[in-house]
Design a binder for this molecule. Structure first.
Ligand SMILES: Nc1ncnc2c1ncn2[C@@H]1O[C@H](COP(=O)(O)OP(=O)(O)O)[C@@H](O)[C@H]1O
Ligand SMILES: [Mg+2]
Length: 203
């Protein structure tokens, strides 16, 4: 059994806590702490589905299965680290500060545009897309990669979008537009974000 120590925790969402894997610094373990069983089931089912397809994992952490931990079943994923070795920070972190947005403007914009292309190219279906669920894997002042760490999968009763590129695209155009609308609504005072990023994410 893997012992998860409080000091190894790197993040916490509504349902789960995320820890550095004690045996592998490039992996993390997520444990459910509050009513996340359904989300976890959907996520793991969707990962299984993606693993059968030949997708690239460049902007999605790989999933390595479930291991028993001191906090219950732990789902093991790639841990996203910046080029300097630090654990990557979310887009929420960058967008909460106009200074950080300005300093990393080009990489934040280009990585989100690349993420959009990637999701459409591989027909990857997500639930709602939120800045707190995307890590900006920073490379340097001008470059980085957007990695989506949470809320992928399809909750439709009949998930046609997962099997049909045509319907998948219709679905994901809506999700992406909602993401852009959310950035407008949640960060009205971040001027570089609104003028230099949001305005260029819709095409
Ligand atoms: N693969 C990862 N690499 C680096 N940090 C991560 C990774 N996955 C999650 N985190 C961190 O842990 C937090 C919670 O993880 P998340 O999967 O979003 O949990 P929840 O399902 O509760 O929202 C994230 O917001 C992020 O800060
Ligand atoms: Mg989350």
């Amino acid at each position: 059994m893997i012992e998860l120590k409080p000091e190894a925790m790197i993040g916490k969402g509504l349902h789960r806590e995320c820890y550095i894997h004690p045996e592998n610094p490039n992996r993390c373990i997520k444990v459910v702490v509050l009513r996340g069983e359904e989300e976890t089931r959907r996520e793991q089912a969707y990962y299984k589905f993606l693993q059968k397809r030949q997708i690239s994992w460049e902007m999605l952490p790989q999933f390595y299965g479930v291991e028993p931990t001191s906090m219950g079943p732990g789902a093991v994923f790639d841990l996203v680290r910046d080029t300097d070795g630090n654990v990557g920070k979310t887009f929420e972190h960058y967008f909460e500060s106009s200074e950080l947005t300005t300093q990393n403007l080009q990489g934040l914009l280009e990585s989100l545009r690349a993420l959009k292309k990637y999701l459409f190219h591989y027909n990857i279906i997500t639930m709602s897309i939120k800045p707190k669920n995307i890590i900006y894997q920073r490379q340097d002042d001008k470059t980085g990669t957007a990695v989506i760490i949470d809320n992928i999968g399809n909750s439709d009763a009949i998930p046609i979008g997962s099997y049909s590129r045509y319907f998948g695209k219709i679905k994901m155009v809506r999700k992406w537009d909602k993401f852009v609308a959310l950035l407008k609504k949640d960060y009205p005072d971040n001027h570089p974000l609104q003028a230099q990023i949001v305005a260029k994410l819709s095409d």
